[in-house]
Every structure is written in C-alpha cells, then in structure tokens.
Design a protein around this ligand. Structure first.
Ligand SMILES: C[S@@+](CC[C@H](N)C(=O)[O-])C[C@H]1O[C@@H](n2cnc3c(N)ncnc32)[C@H](O)[C@@H]1O
Length: 218
C-alpha cells in the first residue's frame, strides 16, 4: 500500500478554486446527475465539455504500465470510466490488454469513445459485477468520493475483492484547513471528502491494501 502520485503527468489547472463561478446547492444537484449537464454543459455544472485529448492520458497510462509492470495482455478495470478515455489510451499503448469500464452515467457510456463502447457498462462502484481477483489492475480516479461514506467503504472493499494484482484510487482530500475550504467551495459532486488521515483510516477499515493518491484543491 503506497501513497504515490501516478497522476503526475495528468494536466491540471492551477488556482481552480478561484476559477469556478460560485456554485449553489442547485448546481450541485444538477452535477450529481452525471448527465449531459455534468459532462458537456455549463462549467458551473461540471467539465464544461468532456472531449478526448491525447495529452490527458497518454503519459499516465505509460506510467501505470511501467510502474505496475503490467503484462501486455493485462486485464484492466476502470471504475468511473466516464467516456472511456483512459481505457482507450491503454488499448492504444497495449493492444492486447483486456479493458473493462464501469460507470453510473448512462450519458457518458452512450457518448463514450467508439472503440471502447463494447467494453464498458453501467453500474455502481459499490457493487462491482465481477468475480473475485478478475483484474491485474483496478483504477478508480476521482470516482469513489462521489458516494456517501458507507458506500465509499463498500466500493473500496469491492476494488480490493476484484483485483488480483494492483489497484489505484484517487480521491478528494485535504491536509490543511485552507485546502479544506478551497475544496468545499470548488467541489460539485463529491459526498465523501476527508482529511488524508481519515482516508487512511477508511482504507484500513475497508481492508484496502493497494495504492492511492489525493486530489487536493488549491
Ligand atoms: C470526476 S469524473 C472522473 C472520470 C474519470 N475517472 C477521469 O478521471 O477522467 C467521476 C466519474 O465517476 C462516475 N461516478 C459517479 N458515481 C459513481 C458510482 N457510484 N459508480 C461508478 N461511477 C460513478 C461519474 O459518472 C463520472 O464519470
């Protein structure tokens, strides 16, 4: 189990707390539907346009492959795969990889990148429809914090159950009160946002023994 920044090549904007227009509870309710408004609507409800760009995942999937020494035909599950962009780049890098994606958003799945559509399905992180030890790598990037605490715990147990090799989760977190304030003013969809020490306690409670990193605003 390690804290490791495997998302270091993923482009990030700085000063994001300041960038987002001030958001209301109604905006959050709209965002949490994870429909067109969240992916391809106004920025106050989410991404403001969620389209594929090579620069987002290309270097990150190489890092995953190399760090975990994945075999060419690795079985990879992405929990909260959205439109399948990361899996698409995995397949470009490792054409023999057996990729699977799962997301709660019907909209994202319908608008997924075409070659990945056959490999993704609707479902929730809290109950993964896969056998024990099915995957060499399971990722859940900015996904499980969208569930309330109890379901977040369940989803960690599920990730632990279905991997036979590695797993990596990234979650909204903070270390300082200033980061906490920035996160609260910026966040749209997350339901479980914890201090890093409380995340570590949750990982332990779930029996989650794999890797993680933090999405810290500010
Ligand atoms: C911030 S986006 C991240 C998407 C992608 N992992 C990435 O890093 O680009 C969060 C994703 O989690 C999905 N999601 C939210 N709740 C979920 C749940 N209970 N189970 C599975 N996916 C969920 C959303 O539909 C959305 O695609």
């Amino acid at each position: 189990m390690a804290e490791i920044d495997l998302m270091r090549f993923y482009p990030r904007r700085s000063g994001r707390a300041a960038e987002r227009p001030s958001i209301t509870e109604e905006d959050r309710l709209i965002s949490r539907r994870f429909d067109k408004s969240y992916f391809d609507g106004d920025r106050r409800h989410g991404y403001g346009g969620f389209t594929y760009h090579e620069r987002f995942w290309t270097e990150t999937v190489k890092l995953f492959r190399d760090h975990y020494r994945l075999p060419e035909d690795a079985a990879i599950l992405d929990v909260g795969c959205a439109k399948g962009f990361m899996l698409y780049d995995f397949v470009k890098l490792m054409p023999q990889a057996r990729v699977t994606g799962l997301d709660v958003s019907e909209y994202a799945l319908e608008h997924a990148v075409e070659p990945i559509k056959p490999f993704i399905r609707a479902g929730s992180a809290k109950s993964l429809p896969f056998q024990d030890k099915s995957f060499d790598l399971v990722t859940a990037i900015n996904t499980i914090h969208n569930l309330p605490y109890g379901d977040c715990l369940r989803s960690l147990r599920e990730i632990q159950r279905v991997t036979r090799g590695h797993a990596f989760v990234m979650v909204d977190a903070w270390r300082t009160e200033a980061q906490h304030r920035d996160l609260l003013s910026w966040v749209l969809t997350a339901e479980t946002m914890l201090h890093v020490d409380d995340w570590l306690k949750l990982f332990e409670k779930a029996g989650y023994t794999h890797d993680y990193y933090w999405w810290i605003v500010g």
